[in-house]
Design a protein around this ligand. Structure first.
Ligand SMILES: Nc1nc2c(ncn2[C@@H]2O[C@H](COP(=O)(O)OP(=O)(O)O)[C@@H](O)[C@H]2O)c(=O)[nH]1
Ligand SMILES: [Mg+2]
Length: 365
């Protein structure tokens, strides 16, 4: 090795040592913040992983407690109707056959024959009045549907005499989602600061009261239940008196599912309705719970219940499932009863107020 090379090596070695020393000094100086940064980075990574897990869980169980979007939950209903309408109307001039296809698409989506024809005639009149191509056929259809769903009062009524309790009675055939809806509403009302009492008026099966008790626990609501086979009217009466004694504002009364064709059961329901008002309570809502997936058959059920008890609103459940969505339009236009709430899943947060504009947009978008 030449002396120059040796000197060069020494200089390089000194330089390397100096850099190492400098780095060591800086790392010592920042010892406090480096672990914090590492912790932050690790936390960010963990959050990203958690987000991915949550996303995956949400994919598997779309009913997770996150606020449900009607648009997202109407996936199937939307795809079916929007697809048919787009293929019929996506052309410069709309032929007679195209309008027929639109009518058929609406009927397939459970809008019902009469209502579908009326909607299409009215939309067609709008388009024709607008002259050639001036009014978009899809927009006309959407506006017509929205108008028909209208601006009705969808609020859930309470007593306006300042006294308590108000009673909301839930009726409907078996399996439509009465108990589940009560559970979701109990949570919503309790979260809003209302003292809620649940009445386990389904005394047909012991399991029914247990199911309601589980929801009561989740919403911290008080529950009144009777012995298996007890008179449902007396259970509801006791719940109303218990609510009055506690100063609770609201009683949500469950009833046993019944076939709308069974006259004695419908009579029993009328008795529950009467007895619920015998003491300190006033029934301010009688909500018919309809399973949207039953389509037009739901309408037949609804007619019977409306005849038997004074139905003030409809809760349309399972709109997240294979329901076609159009049943909302039939229920309201053919029965004249407002759809007040829709169920979009089995979880506690899966109940949303019905919004005509949002619903129409969701169906078409
Ligand atoms: N997917 C879905 N399932 C629901 C909805 N509402 C209720 N269910 C389910 O429907 C079934 C029957 O509900 P339940 O409340 O026991 O009906 P009930 O006999 O009328 O009291 C249960 O499995 C519920 O989880 C909803 O909005 N969407
Ligand atoms: Mg039930």
């Amino acid at each position: 090795m030449t002396p120059e090379a040796a000197v060069g090596l020494v200089v390089v070695a000194i330089a390397v040592l100096a850099v190492v020393a400098l780095l060591a000094w800086r790392s010592r100086r920042k010892q406090g913040s480096a672990p914090a940064r590492r912790t932050e980075a690790a936390a960010r990574d963990a959050a990203r992983v958690a987000d991915r897990v949550v996303d995956r869980v949400a994919e598997r169980a779309p009913t997770a407690a996150a606020g449900p979007s009607l648009r997202d939950r109407l996936g199937k209903a939307r795809a079916a109707l929007a697809g048919s309408l787009a293929s019929a109307l996506d052309r410069p001039s709309i032929s007679e056959e195209a309008w027929t296809s639109v009518t058929e698409a609406l009927i397939r989506a459970d809008v019902g024959l009469t209502t579908s024809s009326e909607i299409v005639s009215a939309a067609r009149a709008r388009v024709e009045a607008g002259g050639d191509g001036q009014v978009d056929a899809m927009a006309a259809l959407r506006a017509e549907l929205r108008d028909r769903l209208g601006r009705v009062d969808r609020s859930l009524a309470r007593r306006d005499d300042g006294a308590h309790p108000s009673v909301w009675l839930f009726v409907g055939v078996n399996g439509t989602g009465k108990t589940t809806t009560i559970g979701k509403l109990a949570k919503r009302e309790a979260d809003g600061g209302t003292d809620v009492v649940l009445a386990a008026g389904d005394t047909f099966r012991a399991a029914a009261a247990d199911q309601l008790a589980m929801w009561a626990e989740r919403s911290s609501a008080h529950i009144v239940r009777g012995a298996a086979g007890a008179d449902p009217a007396s259970v509801v009466f006791d719940a109303v008196e218990s609510a009055a004694a506690r100063g609770a504002e609201l009683v949500l009364a469950d009833t046993a599912g019944r076939f709308h064709t069974e006259q004695n059961l419908m009579a029993e329901l009328q008795k529950v309705r009467r007895v619920a008002e015998k003491g300190s309570g006033v029934v301010t809502e009688t909500l018919l719970v309809l399973d949207a997936t039953t389509g037009q058959n739901g309408l037949a059920q609804a007619r019977q219940f409306i005849e038997a008890v004074d139905v003030t609103g409809v809760v349309l459940t399972k709109l997240d499932g294979s329901a076609k969505g159009g049943i909302v339009v039939s229920v309201q236009t053919e029965l004249g009863v407002p759809v007040k709430l829709v169920g979009v899943g089995e979880a506690i947060a899966d109940l949303v107020p019905f919004d005509a504009a949002e619903f129409t947009d969701a169906l078409f978008a």
